[in-house]
Design a protein around this ligand. Structure first.
Ligand SMILES: Nc1ncnc2c1ncn2[C@@H]1O[C@H](COP(=O)(O)OP(=O)(O)OP(=O)(O)O)[C@@H](O)[C@H]1O
Ligand SMILES: [Mg+2]
Length: 369
């Protein structure tokens, strides 16, 4: 198979186990995003794939050739892998064209020149061929770094947080452009990001690694968002409403009505509901009062209270069409597409796993930085 194939990869630095039984397959032309908390081993996985770190346990295959096992280590330069890191690492003493042609040593000079100019053209940087890195903006340097990584036509491209140095408006443009260039090249890409929305935007498939170094969930963006199979995954995309209950006859009662679940009867569970899963109406649901509203740009996030003055507060995502008036009496109902049921971890525990809540919150705080 063309692309990257990883089997049973585990890695430890001394006693610190960072990757545990990782399996991964990226066919040529696909982009897979790794998403996970700081320190879970994402960069380690990229370094192992590139050959910058020796494999302790597991196998790495690139384009059908085994490049790493505990007994075998193909050198980085023989793996035909393109690398790009957050700081781009362009050579300051080489011009833009020289940076891009750096990996083309051995190619006929005319061909190398043509390939360099073609790559610069693809990333819209032809006019800056004779400039030096310090003369370019962060976004322009990112484009050049992408051109340099792709110029030798690698079998695999590894991107470690490639957009995190760019400001928000630039990031969106560069993401789109990068995606276009990658799809055009047909290379298999493994990209690390901290940003769940970036992963949703870029990835064909997303792999979520937990702090234990294991893959918690793998799937297409739609599956990750609409069918999270783990509390941590559900919480990645921002604040959640939470109810507790016990499964009876395949359902859990919540103040917004029953929610179906496959979990066994008698299991103590939590129901997590995305703010977009609480629907504001003018009748027909549970009585509620709006207590705050914040405009986020494309929509609002409001807080409503159900069950009277000392009742439960819920987060609601409100679209422009609904007029939000504080103190207004309204009704709320549940959109089941955004409601997820998970067991409450730990025996006899009545609150959610604090560890999981904290990890997800820290993770989101990092993303917001
Ligand atoms: N060369 C090394 N020697 C010892 N420990 C290391 C080494 N490289 C990484 N680690 C440790 O391994 C763990 C995983 O590191 P890694 O850089 O892979 O994490 P990461 O998921 O990329 O994190 P971040 O999101 O912060 O970049 C961390 O605890 C880190 O301190
Ligand atoms: Mg890292």
């Amino acid at each position: 198979m063309k692309g990257l194939h990883i089997f049973g990869l585990s890695h430890a630095y001394g006693d610190n186990r960072v990757l545990d039984s990782i399996g991964l397959m990226i066919p040529a032309g696909e982009l897979v995003c790794l998403l996970g908390p700081s320190g879970c081993g994402k960069s380690t996985l990229l370094r192992l794939s590139a050959g910058l770190e020796k494999v302790q346990q597991g196998t790495i295959v690139i384009d059908g050739v085994t490049v790493a096992t505990p007994e075998l280590h193909v050198n980085p330069e023989d793996r035909h892998v393109g690398l790009m890191f957050q700081d781009y690492a362009l050579f300051p003493h080489l011009s833009i064209a020289e940076n891009v042609s750096f990996g083309l040593l051995g190619m006929d000079a005319d061909k190398a020149r043509a390939r360099t100019m073609d790559m610069l053209d693809q990333v819209g940087m032809t006019k800056r061929a004779d400039s030096y890195p310090h003369m370019l903006s962060g976004g322009q340097q990112q484009r050049v770094a992408l051109a340099r990584a792709l110029a030798p036509e690698p079998n695999l491209l590894l991107l470690d947080e490639p957009f995190s140095g760019l400001d928000t408006s630039m990031r969106q443009t560069i993401r789109e452009e990068t995606l276009g260039v990658l799809k055009n090249s047909g290379v298999a890409t493994l990209m690390v990001t901290h940003d769940p929305e970036e992963a949703m935007f870029m990835a064909d498939r997303i792999k979520i690694i937990g702090s234990n170094g294991r893959i918690l969930q793998a799937g297409r963006p739609h599956e990750i968002y609409y069918h999270p199979n783990h509390e941590f995954v559900a919480r990645l995309f921002g604040v959640m409403n939470r109810f507790e209950g016990v499964v009876i006859n395949g359902r859990v009662e919540t103040p917004l009505g029953p929610v179906a679940t496959d979990l066994a009867d008698g299991v103590a569970v939590q129901v997590l509901v995305r703010p977009e899963g609480v629907i504001l109406e003018s009748g027909g649901g549970v009585a509620a009062e709006i207590i705050s509203n914040h405009l986020l740009g494309h929509d609002n996030i409001a807080r409503v209270r159900i069950g009277g003055v000392s009742g439960k507060e819920l987060y609601v995502r409100v679209h422009r069409t609904f007029e939000v008036e504080l103190k207004k009496s309204i009704t709320v109902s549940l959109d089941h597409e955004y409601a997820f049921v998970f067991p409450i971890e730990g025996e006899g525990q009545t609150r959610p796993s604090i560890a999981t809540q904290t990890a997800a919150a820290e993770y989101r705080a990092e993303v917001a930085e």
